[in-house]
Design a protein. Structure first.
Length: 582
């Protein structure tokens, strides 16, 4: 499962993420594949929410769920009831226990309620300002001209129409769950809900006007919709920045108790630690044979015991949510009884399947015979999506070359006048399907930089195949500025126009790097390399080799036009910040 969703960004928790742990779940089981609550509460139910997703999904196949890691449990951690009379019943909420579930008996955590109230006030202000501005610009403040003709029922003042529109707009935002606890703070999904609610409301308004022959002023609608939607998005963006700062300081996060095998628990901890802004703080872990007072291997997370009493352990560490990872000792029956035990406790439950690095659009959940089947679509490398991406790349790169022509000329002059040698640096790189091409860059190093490389290898700061050195003596004075803001890469727009590269994609590798690739890393060559990518927006040269490969492979598996636009936007922010550029 992709806990570091790209396209919702690994850096924001990015982002992210995507199909990982979903916050604020009700105490009933939640599918980690789609983050939607299952509301069957009958203790004897064998509905789809009672089993853990199985991660043996092949492309275009369904994943059968027999356990958290896809293997049938030999023994369940929770003891089986001896009879129907011993089946646990929903428990009364413990007074004072803090709940994180969006629909639990205790409601959301206090900070979630406060945050949603702030969003509601900001939404009301944005909608009110936009509708009032549209009304004033079109009709003025006087009532004489502000009427709309209704051919069948007379006329209604536009002041009433504006008031009704404000109420309907705010209602649409609520109906489409734009402030749902599982959505807030998750940039892409939250913005998408706001846009969908706004567009569908005005679509219904247009249909109603046509059916009932209402002659609405087009300028009024044309002003209210874009202005209101923009203000709503700006408001959400502003509050999201505030939430990210709070999470960076350790506040406004879900307290997570991880239950599962030591290996998978440690993997989940590392994934969440890479993205603290995602809003999950791991407070403890329960592993098979775990001894209280020890630490989870390779992490600083305390182990609080075995798998025998997750609810008791969650209460002991004041956890909001229990996250179940893969474990042979946590079979489907144990998971179902855990869900029953958590009912009414105010502690949410999420299931983390072993399926990783797959974004939401490729996953579809379908309950069959009481089993939640995860259908995983194949990545799309050809067809309409590839053609659309190529048209977008060529058009945007051509426009970029025209608009940036003066900047390119100034940079070329600076490079030429400050150091001997050519303006452009040409280097052989490996492109899509292993085809070599000549990549262009503004020269930022001395002419004999390649010859000096052998003498600097002992100072390599990279942990992989790349050579990285923060204070590389081969870089010129102008080159330092160009690299800091990635201006040296602007000539690669020519490579994009030629079709050698894309605006967004994996980093273009050298031939010697490709020769040292392991089998999985070769998947980077299934798409055109890019001027920017997830590696550019997630740390640039500060990334380890492992993280660079992981981000590139995630992009290859889950690329989309929407994702590309998000990466381009985040690239501008990363370049201006100049972090990790050397």
């Amino acid at each position: 499962m992709a806990l570091d969703r790209v396209m919702e960004s690994p850096d924001a928790g990015a982002g992210t993420s995507s199909q990982g742990v979903k916050p604020y779940a009700p105490p009933h089981l939640v599918s980690a594949a789609d983050g939607t609550a299952q509301h069957g509460t009958a203790p004897h139910s064998t509905a789809p929410h009672s089993t853990a997703p199985h991660s043996t999904a092949q492309h275009s196949t369904a994943a059968h769920s027999t356990g958290a890691d896809g293997t049938a449990a030999a023994a369940d951690a929770l003891p089986a009831p001896a009879s129907s009379a011993s089946i646990p019943r929903p428990r009364a909420a413990r007074p004072g226990l803090r709940g994180a579930g969006g629909g639990s008996s205790l409601g959301p955590a206090p900070w979630v309620r406060d945050y949603r109230r702030r969003l509601a006030l900001t939404d009301a202000l944005a909608v009110g300002v936009s509708v009032l501005a549209a009304h004033t610009l079109r009709f003025g403040l006087g009532p004489a001209e502000g009427t709309v003709s209704l051919r069948t029922v007379g006329s209604v003042d536009y002041a009433f129409i504006s008031f009704a529109l404000i109420v309907a707009w705010l209602s649409a935002l609520a109906v489409y769950n734009s402030r749902d606890p599982r959505v807030i703070g998750n940039g892409g999904d939250e913005y998408r809900q706001v846009v969908n609610a706004s567009l569908r409301l005005f679509g219904l308004l247009a249909i109603a006007a046509y059916i009932f022959h209402v002659e609405l002023a087009r300028a009024y609608v044309a002003a209210a919709l874009p202005v209101g939607t923009l203000l709503l998005l700006l408001g959400r963006w502003g509050w999201r920045q505030w939430l990210m700062r709070q999470r960076a300081a350790g506040r406004c996060s879900t307290r997570l108790l991880i239950v599962g095998s030591a290996e998978h628990s440690a993997h989940l901890v590392r994934a969440l630690h890479r993205h603290p802004l995602a809003g999950y703080r791991v407070v403890a872990a329960c592993v098979p044979g775990g001894v209280a007072g020890t630490r989870l291997a390779g992490t600083d997370v305390p182990v609080v015991g075995d798998l025998d009493d997750p609810l008791g352990r969650a209460r002991a560490v004041d956890a909001d949510t229990v996250a179940v990872t893969s474990s042979d000792a946590m079979g489907s029956d144990a998971l179902r009884r855990l869900g029953w035990a958590l009912e009414g406790s105010g502690v949410g439950l999420v299931v983390v399947p072993s399926l990783t690095d797959v974004a939401g659009p490729r996953i579809h959940t379908r309950p069959v015979a009481g089993l939640p089947l995860l259908h995983v679509e194949e990545p799309q490398y050809d067809g309409v999506s590839r053609a659309a991406k190529r048209v977008f790349d060529a058009t945007a790169a051509s426009l970029g070359l025209v608009v940036l022509a003066p900047v390119l000329l100034v940079i070329a002059a600076l490079v030429k006048l400050t150091s001997p040698g050519p303006v452009l640096f040409r280097q052989q790189r490996v492109g899509v399907h292993g085809e070599p091409f000549t990549m262009l860059k503004f020269r930022s190093m001395v002419v004999d930089a390649e010859e000096r490389l052998a003498t600097l290898l002992q100072h390599n700061e990279s942990d992989g195949l790349l050579f990285k050195m923060k204070d590389d003596p081969r870089i010129t004075r102008v080159g330092k500025v160009l690299r800091r803001f990635s201006l040296d890469e602007l000539p690669q727009l020519v490579n994009v126009v030629r079709g050698d590269m894309s605006l967004v994609g994996p980093r273009p590798p050298l031939q010697r790097e490709v020769e040292a690739y392991h089998d999985d890393v070769h998947r980077r060559l299934l798409v055109r390399p890019g001027i920017t990518g997830l590696w550019q927006t997630s740390g640039r040269s500060d990334l380890s080799w492992e993280d660079s490969v992981r981000l590139d492979l995630y992009y290859v598996e889950n690329r989309s036009m929407i994702g590309d636009l998000q990466i381009l936007w985040r690239t501008a922010r990363a370049v201006l910040g100049a972090n990790g550029a050397y």
